[in-house]
Design a protein around this ligand. Structure first.
Ligand code: PDD
Length: 285
């Protein structure tokens, strides 16, 4: 079956879908994106992803190019045309096409919209969750506005490639004070020796992950001790459990950090339970 991509109002064959050479997303990474999980053909937490999209656009002063209801229809239609049952839908909006110049183009420049969708192999994902993943740590050398979900992801690309080269699946960024910020494409969590779940506050230094927000809802009515605070890499080495959250991985247990086993080196109970409960609390549309 041919893959289809949505580009600026048209559904095109994936192999032929393209944007202009002077698209500001291409030349300046001047754009934002969202990735939504698709499960059973439905979108997971679309409403929250759209809210964050609106915030990212507004922080960069890019106009929302179409009403959110219309954008939602494009997302669902792209999922449908690609027959995605379990996978991801990707949405990117850039400041549009203009002659290369750093300053913003004319106010009537139309933002560019691209939407793609694809299936993921659920068996492969479940196997990763059963085995757990390895992470490495790298210095956080990103700009300060990582709360904006911008397509400017070069440090993340380099960090994740370093992880791959080291046989790991994710890289955790560590700030100058030795605290873990987040993963290259995920939020980072630990469970301390005394059973407290810890994740970094989302006000500064990380992306406020939608999966992170839903996990907070999952634990709200459970008897889990929780602290929203920074944790150091040493604390993570000594943790009982660790895991990451993202739309593509949901809750993924971390079984080693920089080659050192976390806890007993197997996926932890808290991470496994959160992964099991996640879709009971997430919204479907
Ligand atoms: N990444 N932090 C970073 C740097 C991310 O890129 C992501 C998501 C997250 C988790 O956010 P959410 O729970 O909303 O997916 C945290 C997506 C999946 C990606 O770039 O593919």
């Amino acid at each position: 079956m041919a893959r289809i991509a949505y580009v600026n109002g048209r559904y095109l064959r994936h192999g032929e879908a393209s944007v202009h050479v002077e698209d500001r997303g291409y030349q300046f990474a001047d754009g934002v994106y969202e990735v939504c999980e698709v499960r059973g053909g439905r979108l997971v937490d679309e409403r929250r992803h759209m809210q964050r999209l609106v915030r990212s656009l507004s922080e960069l002063r890019i106009a929302l190019p179409m009403p959110l209801t219309a954008l939602g229809m494009v997302l669902h239609e792209t999922v449908r045309r690609n027959r995605v049952e379990d996978g991801l839908v990707y949405l990117q909006i850039t400041r549009g096409v203009a002659r290369r110049d750093f300053i913003f183009p004319a106010a009537d420049t139309k933002p560019s919209i691209v939407v793609t969708a694809r299936n993921l192999d659920p068996t492969h994902r479940e196997r990763s969750a059963t085995d757990g993943i390895a992470v490495i740590t790298v210095p956080d050398n990103r700009w300060e506005r990582v709360d904006i979900k911008s397509v400017s992801l070069l440090p993340n690309v380099l960090a994740k490639e370093a992880a791959r080269a080291a046989g790991a699946k994710e890289a955790w960024f560590v700030d100058k004070e030795g605290f873990v910020t987040e993963g290259g494409s995920s939020n980072a969590w630990i469970v301390t020796r005394d059973g407290t779940l810890v994740t970094r506050p989302a006000e500064f230094g990380i992306l406020r992950g939608i999966t992170r927000t839903v996990v907070l809802d999952v634990i709200a009515d459970q008897n889990i001790r929780f602290e929203e605070r920074k944790f150091s890499i040493e604390e993570a080495y000594g943790a009982r459990e660790a895991f990451v959250t993202s739309a593509s991985q949901i809750v993924m247990p971390v079984v080693s950090i920089d080659g050192k086993p976390v806890g007993n080196g197997a996926p932890g109970l808290v991470a496994t339970a959160l992964r099991r409960d996640f879709h009971r609390v997430a919204e479907f549309s």
